[in-house]
Design a protein around this ligand. Sequence first.
Ligand SMILES: [Zn+2]
Length: 386
Amino acid sequence: MKDEGGRMKVMERRRFIKTLSLGVGGGVLFPSLLLAQKNSFDLALEGQELLAQGKYKEAVVRLSQAVRIDPQNEWIWGLLGRAYFQQGKMRKSLESFRQVLRINPDDTYSRMMVDIITQKPLPPEEKPVRPMSELEKKALEEEKQIFARLSESQGLGYRIQRIVLDPGHGGFDSGAVGLNKLQEKNVNLELAQKTARILKNMDSGLKIFMTRTDDYYVPLSARTTTANQYNADIFISFHINANRNRKPRGMETYFCAEKASSKEAARVARFENSVLKYEKHDLVQKGYVNIEEILFLFERKRYWEAGGKAAHIVQKNLARSVHLRNRGVHSANFYVLRRAKMPSILLETGFISNPEEEKLLADEQFRHNLAVSIARAICSLKQTGV
Ligand SMILES: [Zn+2]
């Protein structure tokens, strides 16, 4: 699921080679087949090109012709599904992705698309539907079973083996600062490093990566890029909370969502995102539809859901062993989590603005215990998956 973009490309490339070799090998014996293969392939390529240019209507025309010639070609059905999806023709899109699954039940991308489309009520029928054939009924039944296995309780079954620990802030960006001048960036780094050490000593079997290992500044976008390059299964960002009011205390865990779960969650995200003003923003090319980007946006929904599950597991574990008020799980739009191609969470373990908690956070023994609890929570993520 994680590397779907990459897999799609591999699949298309494989299909390309297969189609070519079929054309060359079969061409001598079956010239009509060669012609048909070549035609459907050319049409599909044109369709893919049109899809990339955002010309969805023309793409649908070409791809529909292509599947008529080569109805067993899952690649073309997948392209057609994407073209219909872009046009907002959800029923047609769903039908195409279901065709892919009939040909190749292992195609996780199409399965995900079927899942995404069926989560929303479908618009009224575009055409009267013919009664389903026995084969289609069977395929639908199998599809339901697959979804049942991927149900809420089990999630997508992301196995946690590679983790990225991200000590928030660093260098000129000190993060929040306490009354006694304790700096968030230093607490974050120490907690993350301790957690990594403890996980290693525990023989957790996890592969651990860090986004920074010293007191320097790492742009928010570079942190997730690093995590994506490491192909990690989960991204955990370490932070300490702060408030202008000295009273608030306790710990909370966040996951990423487009809209904040509360005003307070929005405030926290605003603070953690504030360093963005120093960063160069990605330039978006106008009039250019990046299919990889579209695919990522679809996949991201799944990562965020899994992030929510991970956040609950972690917070529950921490609440059991850390003596800080349990402020629960929240969601907001954190820039550092947004671009991660994996489930991600952000920890806010205590308020540096609260004098008592600042004292605790500066205490070696407290930090050690906190890191042990975080390491245990991560192990429990590894056991259950998200
Ligand atoms: Zn922070």
